[in-house]
Design a protein around this ligand. Sequence first.
Ligand code: NAD
Length: 332
Amino acid sequence: MKKYILLMGIIVIGLVSAGCNQANPTINQSNEGNETTGQPSTTIEEQSQQTDKNISGVGHEVVFNFDKQSVMLNSGYEMPIVGLGMYSQLDETAVNSVEYALRNGYRKIDTAKIYGNEAEVGEGIRQSGVPREEIFLASKLYMNQYSKAAEAIDEALAAFEVDYLDLLLLHHPGEHDVEAYQAMEQAVKDGKVRSIGLSNYYIEELTDFLPHVTIMPALIQNEVHPYYQEKEVLDFFTKKGIVMEGWYPLGGRGHTKELFEDPIIAKIADKHQRSSAQIILRWHLQNGVVAIPGSSNPAHISENLAIFDFELTKEEMAQIDALERAEKHDWY
Ligand code: NAD
């Protein structure tokens, strides 16, 4: 009787596990090829390369120029590799930060419709006295603007009081995002926007998105810091000629202390006689990730740009790389 029960048990387990395999066929296919055609099945990277054929800007090589502190985008426009992040800066604070940053060497400002400071950023630009054509102004359309993106672009130009934006991103994947991107493509043709890109799109989101568009995103802005490095995503974007930009480059509000006091980062900072923030920002750049640290503190704004007169060694880069914890500090 015991033997019979054991035998039945083995049969049941066998049937269940066979069922499991059938329920998850893609796992087998991706490893072993397509059984029907005998052809090896394509990886997500190969699928995505096929759709790229119809898109302009393909084949661009992403190279950071440390002497010029810039990178050439696939759109043919040059962009600074350090910018000022404007999240959570409002009113006079926003005007003053932009004015101070521009007067002290910054040439890129990153903001967004949802930050509620477009007019103040525009005011800061004018008060700085730096000519508009020397400034790289980047903003983002929010999801509630996607279904009327053409109008939203005109509204942004009016709010900043500028004739064109250097870069415009979609803030998140969402309903009508393709439609909004197509409106941005039209804005490029109309001279209202110079370069376009995305934010919070990863490998799958980008692969789904590209077949619907005709201009390769110049840049994608995603969360990146030593505890969330996204090396695979960086590699995927770089192969497509897309620049990766890191938001929360210092870990984001509420997390900077932990990163600044990380023993590895603090030790490297001590060795170079630099702040932990400078070490982290330099690590981003040497990894090929553009940094947009946020601050309204003049000393911090200046400090965050003073990272072009020292270099991290290969060993130091590897030590920071090894801090990866896949620890996201925000939900998107
Ligand atoms: P961050 O990682 O840049 O950290 C900002 C915090 O660090 C602030 O509290 C600031 O006071 C502090 N800080 C800055 N420099 C310092 C220094 N040298 N020493 C000590 N403290 C310093 O986080 P963030 O500002 O939220 O992100 C950067 C930018 O990224 C934002 O301003 C925004 O432009 C962008 N962003 C985009 C998204 C998106 O979804 N696309 C999301 C978040 C942020």
